[in-house]
Design a protein around this ligand. Structure first.
Ligand code: GAP
Length: 511
């Protein structure tokens, strides 16, 4: 299966097995807005729990928060979102399709990098074990040409966007001969800025109503509560505040399924540090976050850092953790050193001090902030797309399998009576009730046992417990492992421990 086919399969599988539905589907849906079905909501919750436990529960100096989606409108003036939360958009005059100008250029650069990678793969085959890839990348004229051009394109784009020189962004698109992916036409409009915040009216009368925004990030709810939490929690710097919740962006180009949505969920943590110590913590969080990802076992080679050339208005250092999605390496998480920009801006706009007295150095200061920010939906897509596979079995048949990391699987255990008679369903229900307080379990008695195994493989259920006639004689059941398809015979009294050993989230979080 190539990557395009895989991506199409992921989308159709997500719908067919109750992970993700198009929002308001009976009315033909809404672009870039999705609903999570019965299995999706469990997987999403498990990813959120994995994040929350790793960030809050496992750090004694990080606490949680759940701030409101609506915030005082001045929040967004202070944060810079009213003036600067824009994307450069460009329309193709022939296809009438709208694009983000920076994304067109990023895709162009990515294609050049892919060409360079292909050359490396070919050369590696040609030279065998003596191949030195780093040297090849630096010295092979063709590969170096691709990589230099990609870098130059990104550097010039970053410079032009920084200087708000949108004419140069358009000139760059034209110079590179970038065509509309739909029509192939190079007939472009000017590049214009487009604000991504959704606004709405709060208040019942038109006169008295004021414009409020649906938050475009959860971070600002943390900043405006910085002192509330610090004082009531008696927090000492360095400390962090974490929250998960919905964010909204009127994305110009909403595509790639749940990768770029207009309503999505973020998991963000703001870590408040002493000024001057931010780079130490920035490095710390880069490492901690990549370790969190790699512990899941989706393949170390599927992650890479992208250190930013173009910094957001609030940052003095920033990097993305990129994941190898079916459509290539793309941003999954951002780690940003946000300086004291946000707290200072809120001090200025609110007239309230947001400072900390540091008893160790006997000084008042506005803390600096290092942020980790990951999209829950993107993480969901990373897990789902790397889990889906079709396996050829020894008997020549194929099975569709979701090899989701076991602790994240929506359903952990399926309890299956071999037959719908002879007292087997009753025993199976007893087994179910002994496990369901600790794990999300399902009881399933419909269809032949093989079909039931397949059904649970397809939603990623790690363990199937089958109650058969032998169970009545010796109180044992079979425990089938999703990945190996091996079955072990195990006593019912040992089940709880064995299941816990295999699917517990502790397996991911052990220090
Ligand atoms: N508070 C910082 C912040 O919001 P960001 O890089 O704009 O930074 C953080 O967003 C993360 O949120 C991204 O790495 C991505 O995972 C997720 N994200 C951003 N926009 C998204 C969208 N339209 N749909 C889904 N996820 C999105």
């Amino acid at each position: 299966m190539n990557q395009d086919e895989l991506f199409k399969k992921v989308i159709s599988h997500a719908k067919e097995y109750g992970f993700i539905f198009q929002s308001s589907e009976i009315y033909d849906g809404m672009q870039a807005i999705y609903d999570y079905g019965q299995n999706g909501v469990e997987l999403k919750k498990n990813i959120r729990d994995y994040w929350w436990k790793a960030m809050v529960q496992m750090h004694e100096n990080i606490v949680g928060l759940d701030s409101a989606i609506f915030m005082h409108p001045t929040t967004w003036k202070a944060s810079g979102h009213v003036d600067a939360f824009n994307d450069p958009m460009i329309d193709n005059k022939d296809s009438k399709k709208r694009y983000r100008a920076d994304v067109l250029l990023e895709d162009y650069a990515e294609k050049l990098r892919q060409k360079a990678n292909k050359e490396c793969v070919k050369a590696a085959k040609r030279f065998g074990e003596s191949f030195d890839e780093a040297m090849f990348r630096e010295t092979n004229p063709r590969v170096k040409g691709y990589l230099d051009e990609a870098q130059e394109t990104m550097t010039r784009m970053a410079k032009s966007l920084e200087a708000e020189d949108l004419e140069d962004v358009k000139a760059l698109i034209e110079e590179k001969g970038i065509a509309c992916p739909v029509s192939g036409s190079k007939n472009w409009t000017e590049v214009r800025q487009f604000n991504l915040m959704f606004g709405t009216q709060m208040g019942s009368t038109a006169d008295g109503a004021s414009t409020v925004y649906l938050r475009p990030e959860t971070a600002q709810g943390i900043f405006v509560n910085f002192l509330n939490v610090q004082k009531t929690g008696r927090m000492k710097i360095p400390f962090g505040i974490a929250q998960t919740g919905k964010a909204f962006r009127n994305e110009i180009v909403a595509r790639q399924f749940i990768f770029r949505m207009r309503e999505f969920e973020q998991m963000e943590m703001q870590f408040f540090v002493r000024p001057g110590e931010e780079m130490k913590w920035y490095d710390y969080w880069k490492e901690a976050r990549i370790n969190w990802h790699q512990t899941l076992g989706l393949g170390k080679e599927n992650y890479r850092f992208n250190d930013h050339d173009k910094l957001a208005h609030y940052a003095n250092a920033a990097a993305d953790i990129e994941f190898n999605f079916p459509f290539g390496f793309k941003e999954l998480e951002g780690i940003h050193s946000r300086t004291d920009f946000d707290l200072k801006a809120h001090e200025e706009h609110s007239g309230k001090k947001l400072q900390y007295f540091d008893p160790e150095i006997n000084e008042n200061y506005t803390p600096y902030v290092v942020e980790t920010s990951i999209g829950l939906d993107r993480m969901f897509l990373a897990v789902l797309s790397s889990a889906l596979r079709e396996e050829k079995l020894e008997d020549g048949s194929t099975r569709t399998l979701l090899k989701i990391p076991m602790p994240l699987a929506p359903v952990k255990v399926a309890v299956l009576p071999l037959l719908k008679k002879d007292g087997l369903p009753e025993i199976a229900r007893e087994v179910l009730s002994s496990l369901q307080l600790d794990h999300n379990c399902q009881y399933d008695e419909k269809d032949a046992i093989g079909k039931r195994y397949r059904r649970h493989d397809a939603i990623g259920t790690p363990l199937c417990i089958t109650v058969d006639h032998q169970t009545k004689e010796d109180q044992t059941v079979t425990l089938r492992n999703r990945d190996t398809m091996q079955q072990e015979r195990i006593s019912i009294s040992d089940l709880a421990n064995r299941v816990e050993e295999l699917v517990s989230i502790k397996n991911l979080l052990k220090p």
